[in-house]
Design a protein around this ligand. Structure first.
Ligand code: TRP
Length: 467
């Protein structure tokens, strides 16, 4: 249709075959453990309603605009995030040092991947547990014990962590359209379907009303500086923002696709999946008094088997569900390491397979620290890890510090430095008002909010230390 961008060179890694492939791939990156595993458990730990509201606000006014800025940088340069930022600094006359945003992003991606694959491994384990009938008529206590048993088995954790890392390696090694595009296209629709089945189950068999009330009745007294920062950090995590994943995918986006509309679609889909996951899980949690809403990382894995164990066709649906969670995690993991790999290919001239192997290998090694966080290192919470286990520390450092900072720097760079002609070329704004709104959000709103929230949390921590 519009060919005003047809001069943009193609990426050497290939291009998505259509706007829809981009939407599916970007949704594949965004929708993952963040939506299905992390969102319910952090909402549970942070009191529900008010936390969810902060999360939704952050998605709408901070996350989606920054996502557009990322895709802008990626498609403009059609390079990996480090080089994309560099190309942009040359076009706009900004300092060369902005490229360190890209470097920080590559590192954040590897850190996230290291623990992401361990949790995705839990889902793989549950596929096999489900298919072998372990969950049939399981009680809440039994389900809790089963999850505890997995965490207490370092060999199993290591095996599944290794399997998942290998699966991710295979996809990224096969390249953009064959590897990344294909997975996204075929798997995403099934995930939506499986969640819908669970939603119906929660409605029929769980305490649906209590679940809805918990998620959507804001109780602002439950909100602390800490929980606001967690909600904001999660907005970045769930949209895959702040480290260049979406920038890397933007580099493979067809020139004719409209960035604004496309990203809005991705953001809405991602949010819907998280909310539906919450609406499926909390009715089950509230129907079983022994499960605590604040149960933490085990919430999904403890609550859902009870549902599968008691529903008709539960064996089949449970197996399918955990397989889909694993696949959703898979298509997200790919985007966590793609920036590093694209960078090694472009800048070091490595073959894709070598780059993918080395990057996946590093993440696997680092992941051993997360595996150990559930065993020998469970009580290892030194001051220099801010009293976190290594697993919790990596999660905190990336979601609550690196991603928001990376995102804000991207927002500032694009909104203050982009030449008007470049903005027009990539965004193709039809109305001046839309452009003004986007620039306003990127220039003022997101940096202020992010820094303010970080300052509140810092202040809260310092005053707790003093107390
Ligand atoms: N968004 C994914 C999820 O919710 C995780 C993810 C993939 C991610 N790529 C990312 C998070 C890049 C941060 C940055 O599961």
């Amino acid at each position: 249709m519009d060919n005003q961008n047809s001069h943009t060179p193609k990426s050497i890694h290939g291009t998505w075959s259509s706007r829809w492939t981009f939407i599916l791939a970007a949704t594949g990156s965004a929708v993952g453990l963040g939506n299905i595993w992390k969102f319910p458990y952090i909402a549970g730990e942070n009191g529900g309603g008010a936390f969810v509201l902060v999360y939704l606000l952050c998605i709408a006014i901070v996350g989606i605009p920054i996502m557009m800025a990322e895709v802008f940088l990626g498609r403009n340069a059609r390079r990996n995030p480090v080089n994309a930022v560099e190309v942009f600094t040359r076009q706009s006359g900004a300092s060369h040092n902005w490229r360190y945003i890209g470097v920080m992003g590559v590192i954040a991606g590897l850190l996230i991947m290291s623990f992401y694959s361990v949790v995705a491994g839990w889902a793989l384990h549950y596929v096999f547990a489900s298919i072998s009938g372990t969950f049939t008529d399981i009680s809440a206590a039994g389900s809790d014990a089963f999850f505890g048993g997995l965490l207490g088995d370092p060999k199993a954790l290591l095996g599944w962590h290794s399997t998942f890392t290998l699966m991710t390696f295979i996809i990224v090694a096969s390249g953009v359209s064959k590897g990344l595009g294909a997975v996204a296209k075929y798997m995403m629709p099934f995930l939506f379907l499986a969640l819908a089945v669970l939603l119906v189950y929660g409605f029929l068999a769980g305490n649906f009303k209590a679940g809805v009330m918990f998620l959507f009745t804001p109780n602002f007294s439950a909100l602390t500086g800490d929980s606001i920062l967690i909600a904001m950090g999660h907005a970045f995590f769930t949209l895959s923002l702040g480290m260049g994943a979406i920038m890397a995918y933007g580099a493979y986006m067809p020139s004719s696709a409209n960035i604004g509309k496309t990203i809005l679609t991705v953001g809405i889909l991602d949010t819907l999946v998280a909310l539906v996951a919450g609406l499926a899980i909390f009715p089950i949690v509230f129907a079983n008094p022994t499960i605590e809403v604040g149960a933490g990382p085990g919430l999904l894995f403890v609550s859902l088997p009870i549902a599968f164990g008691s529903m008709p066709l539960g064996l089949l649906i449970g197996t399918l569900f955990f397989a889909l969670v694993a696949v959703a995690a898979w298509s997200s993991a790919v985007s966590l390491i793609e920036p590093a790999i694209a960078w090694l290919i472009e800048n070091k001239g490595w073959k894709r397979i070598k780059a993918a192997g080395i990057v996946a290998g590093c993440c696997w090694l680092l992941g051993l620290l997360t595996v150990a966080s559930f065993g020998p290192l469970a009580e290892f919470k030194p001051a220099w890890l801010l009293y976190f286990t290594p697993f919790d520390f990596f999660d905190f450092l990336t979601s609550q510090i690196m991603l928001p900072l990376g995102g804000v720097l991207i927002a500032l760079l694009v909104a203050w430095k982009a030449p008007a002609a470049l903005l027009q070329k990539e965004f193709g704004f039809k109305s001046q008002k839309t452009q003004t709104l986007l620039l306003f959000l990127l220039r003022f709103v997101s940096p202020t909010l992010v820094l303010l929230i970080m300052a509140i949390k810092l202040f809260e921590t310092l005053s707790q230390l003093g107390a």
